[in-house]
Design a protein around this ligand. Structure first.
Ligand code: CTP
Length: 398
């Protein structure tokens, strides 16, 4: 399954490092070529000789090993792999990665690589739950790093909770899924999701009921087909997916800027519920209710239409542009007109009348409007809707 795949395995210094020796064996059983890198601390737990013997490869240990630099520089080493796996990823290694430090071979390789990175955290439960680790985790996820585990259970230190390194078969599965050649492999797809918040003053804003569930499910489904996904999200209720590049924004203006910065892409899907208007006279101080002063008069101006802007780009337009239409009446007619008005290729239309329970709910019932007409899909979970839509996109990009 992993034939001809090259994995750079960075082994951090933790008690779970012994599992990484088994990981080398299991990855090789699947046909992968594993090149181990040991941190100084890792050498306290496993020997370079065991890693090298199991991998049948040279083990890399020191940034300043001139022989290695002559054979293969650290830049080349970091890029010759299909995937960089960090297992165990200690709190220290995660901190270095999140902070951009490069003061030993492992951290330098992680900074220099242009390949996807997967981390398998392992540490004491209190260290895992520490706000600094959770901050670093969020930063790494935003940078597109894939995270496997940690599991929950009794730990070598005697405590119980999340922090145990994921078991080897789970890591092998994650690596195989990641490196499998899905139909969207090598494709860059942009997805917008969630609501936008348009400020009235520093504490108040205008928003809508979008949870971000459909956009998130779609980004996950596209990722699972092998796409490289950039996920531009407003302040959504559901957490952004792992293994995609996340760009968090608040307003429609910021969303447009993030979308433009993420282009070019092979396809772009606009699932965000963008506010149509912003408050032109938003106050930079909290508005007070002063007796006798009357009600505030909010002046609105129109937000940029991101879908329309991208659909009508004359150069660099994504090959496939998909918009969503949230309608409460005459869904098909409105969606067909919207497709023409915006200039996008497809509209995914849904009925968001309160009685459908779709907005904020777990199911969706959509119609796909294309140049060829309208296709009505059955009521499905948002995940299944996403999987079908992702497959449809993969088909269109063939
Ligand atoms: N959209 C966008 N930028 C905006 C508004 C909408 O990118 N400023 C995108 C949404 O992400 C969605 C599609 O446009 O893909 C449909 O949005 P909608 O708000 O329904 O379209 P409108 O033109 O505002 O139509 P109406 O107000 O008549 O529903």
């Amino acid at each position: 399954m992993l034939a001809n795949k090259r994995i750079l395995l960075i082994i951090g210094g933790g008690i779970a490092a012994f599992k990484s020796l088994d990981l080398i064996r299991r990855l090789r059983e699947q046909g992968a070529n594993v090149v181990p890198v040991l941190t100084k601390a890792a050498e306290e737990f496993v020997t370079p000789l065991s890693a090298s013997a199991l991998a049948a490869e040279k083990v890399y240990r020191d940034l300043f090993d001139l022989t290695d630099e002559a054979e293969m520089g650290h830049i080349e080493l970091s890029r010759a792999a299909d995937l960089v796996v960090v297992a165990p990823a200690t709190a220290d290694l995660m901190g270095k990665m999140a902070g951009g430090l490069a003061n030993d071979l492992a951290s330098t390789l992680l900074m220099a690589t242009d390949k996807p990175v997967m981390i398998v955290p392992a540490m004491n439960v209190k260290m895992w739950e520490h706000p600094a680790t959770q901050r670093n985790l969020a930063t790494l996820q935003t940078d597109g790093v894939r995270v496997v585990g940690p599991d929950e259970g009794p730990m070598a230190c005697g405590e119980f909770g999340p922090g145990r390194m994921a078991e080897v078969p789970e890591i092998v599965d994650a690596v195989s899924a990641f490196l499998s050649d899905g139909p969207l492999k090598g494709r860059h797809i942009l997805v917008t999701s969630g609501p936008t918040h348009e400020p009235i003053d520093p504490v108040r804003y205008i928003a809508n009921r979008s949870s971000g569930a459909q956009g998130t499910a779609l980004a996950e489904a596209l990722r699972d087909l092998g796409a490289n996904v950039t996920f531009v999200t407003g302040p959504a209720q559901v957490a952004p997916p792992e293994g995609v590049t996340v760009r968090k924004v608040e307003t429609a203006g910021e969303m447009l800027a993030a979308v433009e910065a993420a282009l070019p892409s092979d396809a772009a899907v606009f699932a965000a519920a963008v506010a149509d208007w912003r408050v032109e006279n938003a106050s930079d101080q909290k508005m007070k209710k002063t007796e006798g002063a009357g009600l505030p008069a909010l002046e609105f101006s129109e937000n940029p239409d991101i879908l329309k802007t991208v659909s009508q780009m004359t150069t660099g337009r994504p090959g496939l542009v998909v918009g969503f239409a949230a309608e409460t009446n005459d869904v098909e007619a409105n969606a067909t007109a919207k497709r023409a008005r915006k200039g996008c290729d497809w509209i995914v239309a849904n009925d968001v009348s309160p009685e459908t329970g779709i907005m904020g709910g777990s199911e969706n019932k959509v119609s796909i409007v294309t140049a060829d007409g309208v296709e009505d899909w059955p009521r499905l979970s948002k995940q299944e809707t996403a999987r079908r839509l992702a497959a449809r996109i993969a088909d269109a990009l063939k």
